[in-house]
Design a protein. Structure first.
Length: 356
């Protein structure tokens, strides 16, 4: 009996370490890559933007303990790394291409953490799934070391991954749920400045003048001439239009919604839902980088105001009573938006959003 119990204990331990396949992992031909690059908030966006990436999840990897959650990891009670799991289609993007993106998110010479974040959970690592990934990771690391870009040794480890534990839901897609805090954190930690210094072309592609200058706020005189009274009141004076008596509350046509002032893309019809409030409601922004959140203490309460980045237009508010997967409801004034039908996206210069 003692032998039986001991055997069952071993089997149960082994079972804990086997990660159940997600629906995306079960898709024919999909593969998995796992990377530790410090704060997982900052590691999700660059992979999610890639063609061929199916899903990105924040989580914990590389530890020896059989469980992992944020409290355990942040307090040092487990030796897991903060990491991201990338599920991708190898027919559209290769593992070496993912490695290149990974290296450009981190300081590979920092062996004590990443940027302002210190501690073993913030160290960088590539967690390989098989020998092919291990070989490619080691080759990629050697090439980076030989490039002469860094004057210190590459400290990033290459480790086998036994299990990946998904992080709590509030950590998933944090940059979309709280973009203002995410942006401040990325800049304040030193990660953004390091990337702009080491990879100026990447920084230009992501945040460069060619994109920023495309969306600019006109002068107040021009806005008064161009906007209707309700559009001006909402976007410039933080006004609110009547519910159920506005342009887009019940619009079901496919397309995107842009800032009526600057034209920057804000929301997609794919994320629009009927909230019953009488205003257009979205579960997430189309372009998180074009939306900023601020505390609004008017009306004797504290709400979270939503504004556009380039036009600085008041858009509406965001509430934590939306549908899954974000749980958010971006309640937006129609007067702050211009709708562009899917059939006219290319014609109006938004062709990149045809598949959104």
């Amino acid at each position: 009996m003692d032998l039986f119990i001991a055997l069952m204990a071993v089997l149960m331990t082994a079972m804990v370490w086997v990660a159940p396949a997600t629906a995306d992992e079960q898709k024919e031909g999909a593969k998995v890559a796992v990377f530790g690059g410090g704060c997982f908030w900052c590691m999700e966006p660059p992979f999610e933007e890639l063609e061929g990436v199916v899903e990105v999840k924040a989580g914990y990897a590389g530890g020896t303990k059989e469980t992992a959650d944020y409290q355990q990891v942040s307090s040092g009670r487990t030796d897991h790394y903060e990491a991201v799991r990338v599920i991708y289609d190898p027919a559209k993007i290769s593992y070496p291409q993912l490695l290149t993106v990974f290296w450009r998110q981190i300081d590979p010479t920092d062996g004590g953490g990443q940027f302002a974040d210190r501690g073993s959970q913030y160290k960088s690592a590539i967690f390989y799934q098989d020998e092919e990934q291990r070989t490619q990771a080691e080759q990629s690391k050697m090439e980076l070391s030989a490039s002469g870009l860094f004057d210190r040794p590459i400290a990033t480890k290459i480790l086998p991954v036994a299990h990946f534990y998904e992080a709590e839901e509030y950590h998933q897609d944090y940059y979309r749920k709280n973009y203002a805090h995410y942006s401040a954190y990325k800049e304040g930690s030193g990660r953004k400045g390091f990337q702009e210094k080491m990879w100026p072309k990447d920084a230009k592609d992501a945040n460069g003048p060619e994109k920023k200058n495309r969306y600019e706020k006109p002068s107040d005189d021009e806005l008064r001439r161009r906007l209707t009274p309700i559009q001006y009141d909402v976007t410039q004076k933080e006004g609110t239009e009547p519910s159920f008596r506005n342009a887009y509350w019940d619009n079901k046509e496919p397309g995107i919604y842009v800032d009526v002032v600057s034209g920057e893309p804000l929301f997609s019809s794919r994320d629009k839902f009927d909230s019953g409030t009488g205003w257009p409601s979205f579960s997430k922004p189309l372009e998180a980088r074009n939306v900023i959140e601020k505390k609004d203490r008017s009306l004797f309460t504290v709400r979270t105001e939503v504004r556009s980045v380039h036009g600085n237009s008041h858009l509406g508010h965001v509430f934590a009573d939306g549908p899954a997967p974000t749980g958010l409801r971006y309640c937006i004034n129609s007067a702050a938006l211009r709708f562009i039908p899917q059939s006219k996206l290319a014609e109006e210069g938004y062709g990149e959003y045809l598949n959104h």
